[in-house]
Design a binder for this molecule. Sequence first.
Ligand code: IMP
Ligand code: MG
Length: 174
Amino acid sequence: MEKIRVLIPEEDVDRKISEIGAEISKDYAGREVHLICVLKGGVFFTCELAKRISVPVSLDFMSVSSYGADTKSSGVVRIVKDLDESLKDKEVIIVEDIVDSGRTLAYLKELLMDRGPKSIRICTLLDKPSRRVKAVNVDYTCFSIPDEFVVGYGLDYAQKYRNLPYIGVVEGIE
Ligand code: IMP
Ligand code: MG
């Protein structure tokens, strides 16, 4: 078993998600938002965020893959599961667990732009700015973190630890 060190405690994550939820509610006042959850990592964050948005929310899910069981990027983004609904004239927010190289979101945003949404913004739980390879404009960020491999709140290491209610660092891996 790996060792997990707490990086961001549950209370801090919850408080920050409430703040971002309030900010989104204010920015989209009088409108509706269509949240796109990027599976699987974005699922815990999407649920918590959606509960804290006070304007009408609709949800859809998409799964893309840029990594294997490995922790390093292959640089390839593949659609594993596409959206169920059209984006035509919707005010879209893509909800991600973490922006690392930026490849996934840069690709996704470009792809979804072609589907006729009224707007697209990006909301992420975590950002590792020092790892950016591809420029991507992130509109809402809960936490910027150093270049460490993190788990919890949807993020996994070899499919484990997604269920941790806090953000932790996996110790003793490359
Ligand atoms: P990007 O295309 O490099 O920005 O990849 C982002 C994706 O890589 C995220 O959606 C995660 O699935 C994965 N990822 C990047 N860093 C971490 C990490 O520290 N822990 C767990 N998954 C990560
Ligand atoms: Mg992900």
